[in-house]
Design a protein around this ligand. Structure first.
Ligand code: FES
Length: 113
């Protein structure tokens, strides 16, 4: 199996600790979160009704959509309330590499299809 390429999202300084940033990369809308120096990326589309999840508030390892209150784990993408019943938000492998944040933007979607 060929590993998905890493896509540069920008310098780490663009993603300060305990903040989130909404960016587009290769046509994918992302919410990138820095949680104490660990990076996480989820799609900036809430699975419930397609609104921007990046408008929501992150607390710990969860992000809550402000529109109807659905809450997702930022590493697994699963719904916190109904993990087996509700659609997960897409998540993406992400890493810090030579001072830049990079993500693999195709693996999660392909794995879910
Ligand atoms: S669109 Fe996010 S909870 Fe409804």
């Amino acid at each position: 199996m060929t590993e998905s390429p890493w896509t540069d999202l920008g310098p780490a300084d663009n993603f300060p600790n305990d903040q989130q940033a909404c960016i587009d990369a290769l046509g994918v809308r992302l919410v990138v979160m820095n949680v104490g120096g660990e990076f996480y990326a989820v799609e900036n589309i809430c699975p419930h009704a397609g609104r921007p999840l990046g408008d929501g508030e992150r607390r710990g390892m969860t992000i809550t959509c402000p529109y109807h209150g659905y809450t997702y784990h930022i590493k697994t993408g699963k719904s916190i309330v109904n993990p087996d019943d509700e659609m997960p938000v897409r998540t993406f492998p992400i890493r810090l590499h030579r001072g830049r944040v990079e993500a693999q933007l195709s693996t999660q979607k392909e794995a879910n299809e």
